[in-house]
Design a protein around this ligand. Structure first.
Ligand code: TRP
Length: 340
């Protein structure tokens, strides 16, 4: 039997996951989990921006695990891993730091944008100093991916620079020492970036423009009612499909593509009231979320199962982690005590 290729991917534990996470990544994870040996990481080293709210991180570890179970990730066929309980991540990151020029971090567009947002915040937001651990989080992420020697990293679009950094690091290491690390490929989800309910280009918790996977039907209905639906129009005034983000959501989640195409046509010609679009979207989203809600209720009533998922997955990762560290030390010829 040939060994299955490996997937490693992760999420930061900062709170509830939303539809943007789902369409951009989780949906792919569910689809791929049985064809690969899969590790899903809760990246609790990567939340230095929440250092003043560790309780939130602690709660979010459980929240993420529940979200994963509710969308149908299988905790037995795949492994749920708590990053900080696998200390080899830190160990490997330290060695890898030897081969990652600071200039490579400084060129990383995702890191650059995030640091700029901390140092020069938008109006009304507080300026935060950048912690050392924030600056080096991409190194930790490289280590996350290389530790299980992963082949594929299904992620949202904003993560691509980190995957590129990982590929570059693997190449350098393999070239200078020994072939230890596969050069991992990135895979972006069907909807690279979902707009927020306020029409902002990105759905994100900090903007408060999300629809969460755990929202109940009434909450979804309320959020959709308040959604930004393009510039004001009279009820039957034709509109521009591109100006109305409701269509982006229908494109992302409505299984009846013909019906959506028909609505777009009508919208441009005779106009369709936003209420019609929003009622449809509410239905579509609730149909999607219903099975998630059912699974969530099952696990919420059995939290020890959630704990077991985290524990078993983390233990499986530790086994590979030790194996990889041995390979890496051997490649680096760092087995000092073997000398005499
Ligand atoms: N940085 C990712 C995010 O913000 C989370 C993450 C941590 C990750 N480690 C990873 C993603 C390793 C892919 C692979 O969503």
């Amino acid at each position: 039997m040939t060994e299955r290729k490996r997937i490693l991917t992760g999420i930061r534990p900062t709170g509830a996951l939303h539809l943007g996470h789902y369409a951009g990544a989780l949906e792919n994870w569910v689809r791929l989990q049985h064809d690969y040996e899969t590790y899903f990481l809760i990246a609790d080293y990567q939340v230095s921006d929440y250092a003043d709210d560790i309780k939130r991180v602690r709660d979010a570890v459980w929240e993420v695990a529940l979200d994963w179970l509710s969308v149908g990730l299988d905790p037995e066929g795949s492994s749920f891993v708590i990053e900080s309980l696998v200390p080899e991540h830190t160990e490997l990151a330290t060695w890898l730091g030897w081969f990652l020029p600071v200039a490579m971090l400084e060129r990383n567009p995702t890191l650059k944008a995030e640091m700029a947002a901390m140092e020069e915040p938008e109006e009304g937001q507080e300026r935060k100093p950048v912690p050392v651990a924030f600056y080096t989080y991409p190194v930790m992420q490289v280590s996350n991916i290389l530790l299980p020697r992963a082949h594929l990293v299904p992620v949202g679009e904003d993560q691509l620079p980190h995957i590129e950094l990982t590929r570059e690091t693997a190449r350098r290491f393999n070239h200078r020492f020994k072939e230890v690390f596969p050069e991992p490929e990135a895979l972006v989800g069907r909807v690279a970036r979902l707009v927020g309910t306020d029409g902002n280009a990105k759905m994100s918790k900090s903007r408060g423009n999300t629809i969460d996977l755990k929202d109940d039907a009434a909450t979804v209905s309320r959020k959709v009612k308040r959604m930004y639906a393009g510039p004001p129009r009279e009820l039957d005034e034709p509109g521009n499909v591109q100006d109305n983000p409701i269509f982006l959501y229908l494109d992302a989640f409505d299984p009846d593509t013909d019906a959506v195409a028909g609505l777009k046509d009508d919208y441009g010609k005779s106009g369709v009231p936003n209420k019609v679009l929003k009622d449809r979207l509410t239905q579509v989203l609730n149909d999607r979320l219903d099975p998630f809600r059912e699974r969530r209720a099952y696990y919420e009533a059995r939290m020890p199962l959630v704990r077991e998922s985290l524990e078993a997955g983390t233990n499986r990762m530790r086994i590979i982690a030790r194996e990889t560290m041995e390979m890496a030390r051997d490649a680096l010829d760092l087995n000092y005590l073997g000398k005499y």
